[in-house]
Design a protein around this ligand. Structure first.
Ligand code: PGA
Length: 250
């Protein structure tokens, strides 16, 4: 059985004051299903949200990015150790907004993945094709390239700790989700690439999440696909009722 995970990616939204009651409400429904709830919060929220989540075994607070270096002259950046120190348990890496707006390249993302694991953070590695690549029928080529570039020098032991999120760039924040069949095809392909890199047994236990315009209306259908183990939710995770609706789709 693969772990079911739902991630709220709040991006650059909310205040700590708004975020605290959100986590308090999530705690109310804790223990009601086997899905684990991950909140990818802005850096300054992590410590107060970790405190609010307390010992809840279903809620995990993490970050949306980090640098790969242990420390150094990188103005404006944050390290894995700094995230660990405030109680983060996971980190999103390689999100398309980091790749596109901040020019992050595969080798940087690959180094971050290994550093996160080394420091005990679960990396959620995001991959996905742009609209142009999709229209050019390059989805599989892009996925294969991004996964291989980010993971090829990971050991089997390191790979064991990774979560993958497939997020077609054309579906992020556009209201235009991939259909369940399209998403399943890409997930199945990602699992094949992972199997080629780390073996079938390892690929079969890795959680693969879908992201891109997930909402209450399409969550169940996406989750009914055999290779979709969870969801990475942006816009629809900002409102507690819509996010709980999505959690209840598991
Ligand atoms: P969206 O964002 O749900 O608003 O499309 C998803 C993401 O960027 O992770």
């Amino acid at each position: 059985m693969r772990q079911q995970i739902v991630v709220a990616n709040w991006k650059m939204h909310k205040t700590i004051k708004e975020a605290l009651p959100f986590v308090a409400e999530l705690k109310e429904r804790s223990g009601k299903s086997s899905v684990k709830i991950f909140i990818a919060a802005p850096f300054t929220f992590i410590s107060p949200l970790v405190e609010e989540a307390g010992s809840d075994a279903d809620i995990f607070i993490g970050a949306q990015n980090m640098h790969d270096a242990l420390e150094g002259p990188f103005t404006g950046e944050i390290s894995a150790a700094m995230l660990k120190e405030v109680g983060a348990s996971f980190v999103l890496l390689g999100h398309s907004e980091r790749r596109i707006f901040f020019g992050e390249k595969d080798d940087f993302i690959s180094r971050k993945v290994k550093r996160a694991i080394e420091l005990g953070l679960t990396p959620i590695l995001c991959v996905g094709e742009t609209e142009e690549e999709y229209l050019d029928n390059k989805t599989e080529e892009v996925l294969s390239h991004q996964l291989t570039a980010a993971l090829n020098d990971c050991s089997a032991n390191q790979f064991d700790k990774i979560v993958i999120a497939y997020e077609p760039v054309w579906a992020i924040g556009t209201g235009k989700s991939a259909s369940a069949a399209q998403a399943q095809r890409s997930h199945h392909f990602c699992r094949k690439v992972l199997a080629a890199l780390f073996g079938t047994a390892a690929a079969d236990t890795t959680p693969l999440l879908y992201g891109g315009s997930v909402k209450v209306e399409n969550a169940s259908l996406l989750l009914s696909q055999s290779d979709i183990d969870g969801l990475l939710v942006g816009g629809a995770s900002l409102d507690i009722h819509s996010f709980i609706g999505i959690i209840n789709s598991f």
